[in-house]
Ligand binder design. Structure first.
Ligand code: SF4
Ligand code: SF4
Length: 651
C-alpha cells in the first residue's frame, strides 16, 4: 500500500502528466481541421496490432523484437507496481505464473536496453542519431527495472523465494542474504528500494509528455486516429471553394491536426531514412529530418498561438525557411518511408501539400515541369505527342477501339507510355497479342483515353489532375466493361485508388495480376523456355508493390515463364525495394544533385549478376534500360517487361 509520501509523488506525477497532455492537445488543436474517421473497430484492431503488438516495428527483425521485449518488460512491471500499490493480491494459482512472466520480461527488457545503448553509442548506424535526453531516458528505464529486481531481491532475502516462479528474484535474494545477514537492514533496504523504484516510475510518468517517452502514447493514438484515405491517396481539395484562403500548405499550422499528430509521433528511429532513395543518393532530403524540422516548427508556432489557435505572430512560410526547394522536389513518392515507419506517419502528404501550394498559389515549380503540364493539358500526355496519335499502335496490333456506348469484358487502359513511347509500345503490342490468344474480349478507349493525371497530382498541379480525372471518369463511364486492366502501375494507382474521389469506382487490375490469372486458368500456354536467360532479377515498382501490394504475381509469372532460370532478389526488394527514381514526377525532372537513383538501383541489381532485369512498369523499364546503357551493360543485362517475356514464350 502507498504511504502519504508515495501518494504525494503519485499526485505530482499525475499532475505533471495531465498538464503536459493538456498542453499537447492545445498544440495539436492549433492545426487545421482534417483527419477522416470511420468505424472504430478496425481502428482499435489496427492500434492493437501495429502499436501494442509492434506489427510494424517487428518488420525490422532484431531492433523490432527487442523493442517489443522492452515494451513488455516495461509495461508488465508497471501494471505490477500499480497492483502492488493498490494493495490488491492475485489469486494463488495465477500469482506464480505471473511472477515468472514478470521475471522473464524484466530480464528481456534489460537485454534490450543494453542492445539499444550499444547500438546508439557504440555501433552507431547512420540512421540512428543521438540526443542528450536519450541516455537519460535509457538510464531511467533501466533504473526502474533494476530497482524492481532489488525490491524483490531484498524481500526474498528475508522471506525466501520460490526458485520455480521467481528464478531471478531467487538468485538475487540468495546473493543479498549472503551479503547482508541483518534482517532489520534487509527490511529497511527493501522499503527504500521500493521508494526509489516507485519514485523513478512516477518520474517517467511525469516526464512522458515532455520527452521522447511520449511516443509510447502518441504512436498508439496516431495509429488509432489514422486517416481513412488509405495509404498513398492524396487529399482532394475543393478547388471551386471561393472561401478557401489557399490550397495546399504554406505554413505549418495549415496542416491538419492529424498531420501534426503525425509529426508528434516521430521517435527518431530513422527507419524511414535507411531506405529513402533520395537520402541514399546524397540528395538533401531525409524523411526523418523533414518530419523533425516540421515538428520543431509546429511546436514553436503552436506555442506562440493564442487559446483560439490563431498564430500570435506573423506565421512564416515553410519554403526555404524549414523546407528547401531541393528537399521538396527530391522526393520520388516511393513510400518506403511510410511503409517502414512504425508510427504510421504519412511523409508524402506533408511533401505533396507544400508542392501543391507552391504550384497552385505561386506557380513556383522546377522549370522542366512547365512543358510537362503544357503537354498534359494540350495533348493529354506528358510526352507532348499529338493526342490524335494515341491509338496509332492499335491498327498494326489488331486492337479494337471501344467507342462510347461500346461493351467489352476488359477495358485495356494502355497509359501514355504504352501509347506514345516507342519502347513501351512494344509492351502494348505484346499485351494485345496475349489477350487475343487467350480469347479475352477487350478494347481500348483510343483518343478518349487521356493522361491519368499522375504526373500532375504528384507534382502539385491539382487543378490539372482534377480536370484529367473528371474527363477520364466520364469517358470510362460511357463504356460497359467488367474490369479495367493496365500495364502502368501509376495509372493503376490513380484509377483504382484516387479516381473513387471523382465517382470512378471501377475494378482495376495490373497487367501482371491479369496475366497471372490467365496462366493459372490455363487460358494461355507457354512454350519451352530456351534458357536464353539464366539469372532473372525482378525489380519491384513502388506503385505496384508498396502502393498496391502486388509482390507475388510478377514473381509467380516469371517462375512459370522461365522455370529453368534462377530467380535472384536484389538485397532491397519487395516492401523494402529501392525506387527506380522516376516516381513523384521525377520522371520529368532533371536529377542535378548527388548520384543518379536509377544507376544506384541498377548497381544493386547488377551485384546479383542477372542477365535479365524484369520489370512491370514503363517508368521502371525506361530507368533500368537507361542505367544499363550508362553502365555499358546493355548487351549483357537485358531489360524486359514481364508481358514481353510471356508473349515471347506463347505457343
Ligand atoms: S517517399 Fe521515398 S523518396 Fe520520398 S521521402 Fe519517402 S522514402 Fe524518401
Ligand atoms: S518518421 Fe517514422 S520511421 Fe522516420 S524516424 Fe520518425 S518514427 Fe522513425
Amino acid at each position: 500500500m502507498l504511504d502519504s509520501f508515495d501518494m504525494l509523488i503519485l499526485a505530482a506525477a499525475l499532475a505533471a502528466f495531465a498538464t503536459g497532455f493538456r498542453r499537447r492537445v492545445r498544440l495539436l488543436s492549433a492545426g487545421a481541421p482534417g483527419g477522416a474517421m470511420g468505424s472504430p473497430w478496425p481502428r482499435l484492431w489496427g492500434m492493437a496490432r501495429d502499436a501494442f503488438l509492434h506489427g510494424r516495428v517487428i518488420r525490422d527483425r532484431v531492433p523490432g523484437f527487442l523493442h517489443l521485449m522492452l515494451f513488455i518488460g516495461f509495461v508488465l512491471p508497471l501494471c505490477a507496481v500499480i497492483l502492488a500499490a493498490s494493495g490488491a493480491r492475485l489469486p494463488v494459482f495465477i500469482a506464480g505464473p505471473v511472477s515468472l512472466m514478470l521475471d522473464a520480461a524484466g530480464i528481456a527488457a534489460l537485454c534490450a536496453i543494453a542492445w539499444f545503448a550499444w547500438r546508439r553509442y557504440v555501433s552507431k548506424p547512420a540512421h540512428v542519431d543521438r540526443k542528450s535526453e536519450d541516455w537519460v531516458l535509457i538510464a531511467l528505464v533501466a533504473g526502474i527495472i533494476l530497482s524492481g529486481y532489488c525490491v524483490e531481491g531484498f524481500r526474498f532475502a528475508r522471506t525466501g523465494a520460490d526458485p520455480l516462479w521467481s528464478p531471478a528474484g531467487f538468485v538475487l535474494g540468495r546473493a543479498l542474504a549472503a551479503i547482508f545477514q541483518d534482517s532489520g537492514f534487509l527490511s529497511a533496504a527493501s522499503a527504500w528500494t521500493w521508494k526509489f523504484h516507485f519514485a523513478s516510475a512516477m518520474l517517467a510518468l511525469g516526464l512522458a509528455p515532455y520527452t521522447k517517452l511520449w511516443h509510447a502514447a502518441a504512436v498508439p493514438l496516431n495509429v488509432l486516429l489514422k486517416d481513412g484515405r488509405g495509404p498513398g491517396v492524396f487529399t482532394k481539395p475543393d478547388l471551386e471553394d471561393e472561401n478557401a484562403e489557399e490550397f495546399g500548405v504554406s505554413r505549418v499550422l495549415r496542416y491538419s491536426w492529424k498531420d501534426l499528430l503525425d509529426l508528434d509521433s516521430c521517435m527518431r528511429c530513422g527507419r524511414c531514412e535507411a531506405g529513402c532513395p533520395a537520402h541514399l543518393t546524397e540528395k538533401p532530403l531525409s524523411p526523418k529530418k523533414l518530419v523533425q524540422s516540421l515538428r520543431a516548427e509546429w511546436l514553436k508556432k503552436a506555442a506562440a498561438a493564442g487559446e483560439d489557435g490563431k498564430p500570435a505572430e506573423e506565421d512564416t512560410d515553410l519554403i526555404e525557411t524549414v523546407v528547401t526547394r531541393d528537399v521538396l522536389w527530391a522526393c520520388t513518392n516511393c513510400r518506403y518511408c511510410e511503409e517502414q515507419c512504425p508510427a504510421m506517419i504519412r511523409h508524402v502528404d506533408k511533401i505533396s501539400e507544400i508542392r501543391r501550394n507552391l504550384v497552385l498559389m505561386a506557380s513556383d515549380f522546377p522549370k522542366e515541369l512547365r512543358d510537362t503540364f503544357k503537354n498534359v493539358e494540350n495533348n493529354g500526355n506528358p510526352w507532348g505527342v499529338g493526342f490524335s496519335a494515341r491509338a496509332d499502335w492499335c491498327g498494326p496490333a489488331g486492337v479494337k477501339v471501344l467507342e462510347a456506348g461500346g461493351e467489352a469484358d476488359v477495358l485495356y487502359w494502355v497509359g501514355c507510355a504504352g501509347s506514345f513511347d516507342d519502347r513501351n509500345k512494344k509492351i502494348s503490342a505484346a499485351m494485345a497479342r496475349i489477350l487475343g490468344a487467350a480469347g479475352v474480349s477487350f478494347g481500348v478507349m483510343g483518343t478518349d483515353e487521356s493522361c491519368c493525371g499522375d504526373p500532375a497530382r504528384k507534382t502539385g498541379n491539382e487543378y490539372l489532375f482534377q480536370m484529367q480525372a473528371a474527363q477520364n471518369v466520364e469517358n470510362l463511364k460511357a463504356r460497359k466493361f467488367r474490369l479495367i486492366m493496365t500495364q502502368c502501375p501509376h495509372c493503376l494507382n490513380m484509377l483504382k485508388r484516387e479516381y473513387p474521389q471523382f465517382g470512378g469506382d471501377f475494378e482495376v487490375v495490373s497487367h501482371v495480376e491479369f496475366l497471372d490469372r490467365l496462366i493459372r486458368e490455363g487460358k494461355i500456354r507457354l512454350g519451352r523456355f530456351e534458357e536464353r536467360f539464366k539469372r532473372i532479377c525482378y525489380h519491384d515498382s513502388c506503385f505496384l508493390g508498396r502502393y498496391n501490394g502486388v509482390y507475388l504475381e510478377p514473381r509467380r509469372l516469371l517462375g512459370a515463364a522461365a522455370p529453368s532460370a534462377a530467380m535472384v532478389e536484389a538485397d532491397r526488394s519487395k516492401s523494402k525495394s529501392f525506387c527506380c527514381g522516376a516516381g513523384g514526377g521525377r520522371m520529368w525532372l532533371e536529377e542535378r544533385i548527388g548520384k543518379r537513383i536509377n544507376l544506384d538501383r541498377f548497381d544493386q541489381i547488377s551485384a546479383k549478376n542477372p542477365d535479365l532485369v524484369a520489370t512491370a512498369c514503363p517508368y521502371c523499364l525506361t530507368m533500368m534500360q537507361d542505367a544499363a546503357k550508362d553502365r555499358g551493360k546493355e548487351e549483357t543485362v537485358r531489360t524486359l517487361d514481364i508481358a514481353e517475356i510471356v508473349a515471347g514464350l506463347m505457343q
